[in-house]
Design a protein around this ligand. Structure first.
Ligand code: PLP
Length: 381
């Protein structure tokens, strides 16, 4: 959708892009300066595959500070974004026939990464009535002897759902009886929660320490998507296997980015609170306006920077040109082609009849975009 939006824009069409998963803020100056300093000091050579030691030390300190979890530097690896780290973990651990439980709606990359590793994704639908969250009964029903991983992503892309400590404890209770199942806890949106507390499963169920891989990164909470720094903390044997994969692929992420990430993770965190406050205002604005659009229903998400409204009420309607809206993709194409708003159809996240709208744009843009969406919905017959 973003590529189509860019093509339309270069043809002179006014398009507002709400399809991208990245903050519109610039990287904070103290972090940029740390990157510049690294260049000035000549820290521009190959690094250790797992990442430079001071960065891994900063990550260990962060995990201790935030969750009282103790990791050794050998239990931490740094890669080119959380994306590469997740890929390394799946590729290093999966064989043909292995199964990975992925609650849906889910981030688009998980099922494809599992397929690339030759294993099977077991998609478990999570209903909007349950806040799009995996229930313990559904987890228990999905586990088999071949289950190797459960992927948890809280706050979620695309729904913004946030698991409470109690909900995670209930999932951990099921996992206790299935020692073959590991948990990939993708905490990339950890800092972007609004009026609720963030919890990570290992802090709730420390007895799972040999089975949980915590994944995080600097992209989302520090406006550093282009710097490409993500990390994982977990059992030594798994981290070692992930480093083996990375050692023969990218080697490591940019040395300059790694030094900037030390500042992002270990330095002053004021910018994160500022981003969070602004995101919350944007979320409230967008939810309020979208619920004025006839045929859309938008719940208030607790985290990340996405809303995930249902467009089920618009399926079966016709545009003023007589085109039938048969599915979420028809609706998002209509929004782009006729009203210049780029969003992502829910089916991309394995949740048809929804659409994902990113609110990582200015309030002025969001206000204009939502008003165009209201017009688009009102024009359908
Ligand atoms: N996990 C989720 C749920 C995401 O939404 C994203 C980015 O969109 C990532 C991981 C990857 O983030 P990065 O590779 O920028 O660290």
């Amino acid at each position: 959708m973003t590529a189509r939006a860019t093509a339309l824009r270069s043809g002179g069409v006014s398009v507002i892009v709400l399809s991208q998963g990245e903050p519109d803020f610039p990287t904070p100056p103290s972090i940029r300066d740390a990157g510049v300093r690294a260049i000035g000091e000549g820290l521009t050579r190959y690094t250790a595959v797992a990442g430079v030691l001071p960065l891994r030390q900063a990550i260990c300190a962060k995990l201790r500070r935030d969750y009282q979890l103790d990791y050794d530097v050998d239990q931490v690896t740094v890669g080119c974004g959380a994306k590469q780290v997740i890929f390394n973990a799946l590729y290093a651990s999966l064989d043909a026939g292995d199964e990975v439980i992925i609650p849906t709606p889910c981030w688009v990359s998980y099922p494809d990464m599992v397929a690339l590793a030759g294993a099977t994704a077991i998609l478990v639908p999570c209903e909007p009535e349950h806040g799009f969250k995996l229930r313990p009964e559904a987890l228990a029903a999905a586990i088999t002897e071949r289950t190797k991983w459960l992927v948890l992503n809280s706050p979620s892309n695309p729904t913004g759902a946030v698991y409470s400590a109690r909900e995670l404890a209930a999932l951990a209770e099921i996992l206790r009886d299935h020692p073959q199942v590991h948990v990939l806890s993708d905490d990339i949106y950890e800092k972007l929660v609004y009026d609720v507390a963030f919890a990570t499963i290992l802090a709730v169920a420390p007895e799972l320490s040999e089975r949980v891989l915590i994944v995080n990164g600097v992209s989302k909470a520090n406006a550093m998507t282009g710097w490409r720094v993500g990390y994982a903390a977990g059992p030594t044997h798994l981290i070692k296997a992930m480093n083996t994969i990375q050692g023969q692929t990218s080697s490591h992420t940019s040395s300059i980015s790694q030094y900037a990430a030390i500042e992002a993770i270990g330095g002053d965190q004021c910018h994160v609170a500022d981003f969070r406050t602004e995101f919350q205002k944007r979320r409230d604005l967008v939810v309020d306006l979208l619920n004025q659009a006839p045929g859309l229903t938008c719940a208030v998400p607790d985290g990340a920077f996405y809303v995930f409204p249902s467009c089920a009420g618009l399926i079966g309607k016709r545009t003023t040109q007589g085109k039938l809206i048969t599915c979420d993709t028809d609706f998002t194409n209509y929004l782009l082609d006729d009203f210049g708003i780029a969003t992502v159809p829910g089916s991309a996240f394995l949740a048809p009849s929804f659409l994902r709208i990113s609110y990582a744009s200015s309030r002025t843009e969001l206000d204009l975009a939502c008003k165009r969406i209201i017009d688009a919905c009102e024009a359908l017959r």
